[in-house]
Design a protein around this ligand. Structure first.
Ligand code: TTP
Ligand code: MG
Length: 432
C-alpha cells in the first residue's frame, strides 16, 4: 500500500515536558494542574502517577489522596506550545499533509512506507526534543487513532488494511471514537459488546439506539473512514476554564469570565485565529455541567467581544442565584488570518486589531494583569487603586462599570462598549 495515515500523540505531554525541563523528576509521579490544596483539576500526569489511578480531569484533592508523594506543578501553557511547535515541525518534514488536532496530537498522511516513516518520526522526536511519542499507523484516520490509543505509552502499532476488520472485531464498543459512553451502554444492554457484533448486527436491532446513524456506525465498526487528512487544517477550538476557589453565585462570576476571555483572546491573537462561535461552560455546585453556544456572523478575537457573547450566554441561560464551581469559555469555528478566503470576513477593523496587539504587548512586558477588562475587577482586587463599581451583578452592570474592550486602554476608562458592533450580532440560537 502506498498511502498511510499516521496518528501521532505525545505521551503524558504536559508532565513529560516538566520531566524534560527538570530531569530530577524523571521516573517520578508528576501531576500537572496546580496546587493540590486548590479545587482545580488534573490537566495530566506522568504514567508513574497513572499507576496510582490518577487521571486527567480528576479533582487535584482526589489525586493527592491517591498519590500523596506526587510532585504537583502548575500548567505552563506557553512552554508546552513552544515544544508542540517543534514537534509539529518535525512531523511536517515527512509530509505536507499534516493536520494538528490538539497541542500534542496530529494526523499525517504519507506516501510510501508508512511504518518506516512512523519509526523515523518517533526516533526524531525522541532525539531532537526528548519526548516519547506514540504512533498508530493504518489505512485511514479512524484506524490510525485507535491503533495509537492501543499502543500507548511509547509505542508503535501498524494495522495494515487487510487486517483492519479482524483487528477491530474483538474490541469493545466503547473503543470506537465518536460513540459516547451512554450509547455504548445502551448497545451493551442490547447484547452488543464488541465491534464485530456491532458490525454484523441486523440494522433494525440497532435502530432504537443509533437512529439515523446505523449505517454509518456499522461501517465505522468495520474500519471505514473516508475523511481526508486536511493539509494544515487549523485547530478546532481554544478554551479556558477555571474552578473557583470557593463556589460563587452565577451573578458573581463575571470577573472570572472576564479574565478567561482575556486569556482566550490573547491566545487567539498569538496564533492568528478568530472565532465564529463562543461557548460558555458552567459547572454548578452539584457538579452538573452545562454548555451553551452562540454563532457569530463576524469572526472575533477581542477580549471584550468574547466577553460580550459569554456574558450574554451567562445571563440568558444561568439563573443568577445558582451556585457555580467552575466557569469556562471556548472559542470555536476558528478561521486563520492566513486563510485567504477568510480575509474578506473581517475588513475594516484594523484599528481594533492594532489596539488588541498593543494590549498584548503591554501584557507581554508587564504581565497578564497589567491591563484588562474592567469587569474582572468588579468583585475582587482593584487595579492601581482605581474603583470600578462593584455592587452590581452581571445582570445589572451600570454604564460606568461596563467592561471595556481592548480599545479602552485603562480598566474603567471610557472605551468601546463590549456589545458587538452592528453586523457583528450573534446569530442563531443557543445549542446544547
Ligand atoms: P492527551 O494527549 O489526551 O493526554 P497526555 O498527552 O497527557 O497523555 P497520553 O496522550 O499519553 O494519554 O492530552 C494532551 C495534553 O492536553 C495533556 O498533556 C494535558 C492537556 N489536557 C488537559 O489539560 N485536560 C484534559 O482533560 C486532557 C485530557 C488533556
Ligand atoms: Mg498525548
Amino acid at each position: 500500500m502506498d498511502r498511510w495515515v499516521l496518528h501521532c500523540d505525545l505521551d503524558a505531554f504536559f508532565a513529560a515536558v516538566e520531566q524534560l525541563d527538570r530531569p530530577e523528576l524523571a521516573g517520578r509521579p508528576v501531576i500537572v494542574g496546580g496546587d493540590p490544596a486548590s479545587r482545580g483539576v488534573v490537566a495530566t500526569c506522568s504514567y508513574e502517577a497513572r499507576a496510582f489511578g490518577v487521571r486527567s480531569a480528576m479533582p487535584l484533592a482526589q489525586a493527592r489522596r491517591l498519590c500523596p508523594q506526587a510532585v504537583f506543578l502548575p500548567v505552563r501553557r506557553e512552554r508546552y506550545e513552544e515544544v508542540s511547535r517543534r514537534v509539529m515541525a518535525i512531523l511536517a518534514r515527512e509530509s505536507p499533509v499534516l493536520e494538528p488536532v490538539s497541542i500534542d496530537e496530529a494526523y499525517l498522511e504519507v506516501r510510501g512506507d508508512g511504518p518506516a516513516t512512523a519509526r523515523r518520526l518517533r526516533e526524531a522526536v525522541r532525539r531532537e526534543v526528548g519526548l516519547a511519542m506514540t504512533v498508530g499507523v493504518g489505512p485511514n484516520r479512524l484506524v490510525a487513532k485507535m491503533a495509537c490509543q492501543m499502543a500507548k505509552p511509547d509505542g508503535l502499532l501498524v494495522v495494515p488494511p487487510d487486517a483492519v476488520e479482524r483487528w477491530l472485531a474483538p474490541q469493545p464498543v466503547d473503543a470506537l471514537p465518536g460513540l459516547g459512553p451512554v450509547t455504548a451502554a445502551r448497545l451493551r444492554r442490547l447484547g452488543i459488546e464488541t465491534l464485530g457484533q456491532l458490525a454484523t448486527a441486523h440494522p433494525a436491532r440497532l435502530h432504537p439506539v443509533l437512529k439515523s446513524r446505523v449505517a454509518e456506525v456499522q461501517a465505522r465498526a468495520r474500519g471505514w473512514d473516508p475523511r481526508p487528512v486536511g493539509a494544515g487544517a487549523p485547530v478546532r477550538s481554544f478554551s479556558e476554564e477555571r474552578t473557583l476557589a470557593r463556589d460563587r453565585r452565577a451573578g458573581q462570576v463575571l470577573p472570572v469570565l472576564a479574565e478567561l476571555c482575556e486569556e482566550l483572546g490573547s491566545r487567539l491573537r498569538r496564533h492568528g485565529y478568530r472565532a465564529t462561535q463562543v461557548t460558555l461552560k458552567v459547572r454548578y455546585a452539584d457538579f452538573t455541567t452545562i454548555t451553551r453556544s452562540r454563532s457569530l456572523e463576524q469572526p472575533v478575537c477581542g477580549d471584550g467581544e468574547l466577553l460580550a457573547v459569554a456574558r450574554e450566554l451567562l445571563e440568558r441561560h444561568v439563573p443568577a442565584g445558582r451556585w457555580v464551581r467552575l466557569v469556562g469559555v471556548a472559542a470555536g469555528g476558528l478561521v486563520h488570518r492566513q486563510d485567504p478566503q477568510q480575509l474578506q470576513l473581517w475588513p475594516g477593523d484594523q484599528r481594533a486589531q492594532r489596539l488588541a496587539e498593543a494590549v498584548d504587548r503591554v501584557r507581554g512586558r508587564f504581565g497578564p494583569s497589567a491591563i484588562g477588562l474592567a469587569a474582572r475587577w468588579l468583585h475582587q482586587g482593584r487595579p492601581q487603586g482605581r474603583r470600578v463599581p462593584s455592587e452590581h451583578g452581571p445582570a445589572g452592570l451600570p454604564g460606568g462599570g461596563r467592561p471595556v474592550s481592548p480599545a479602552g486602554p485603562t480598566p474603567g476608562a471610557r472605551g468601546a462598549p463590549v456589545e458587538p458592533a452592528p453586523g457583528r450580532r450573534p446569530r442563531g440560537g443557543a445549542q446544547r
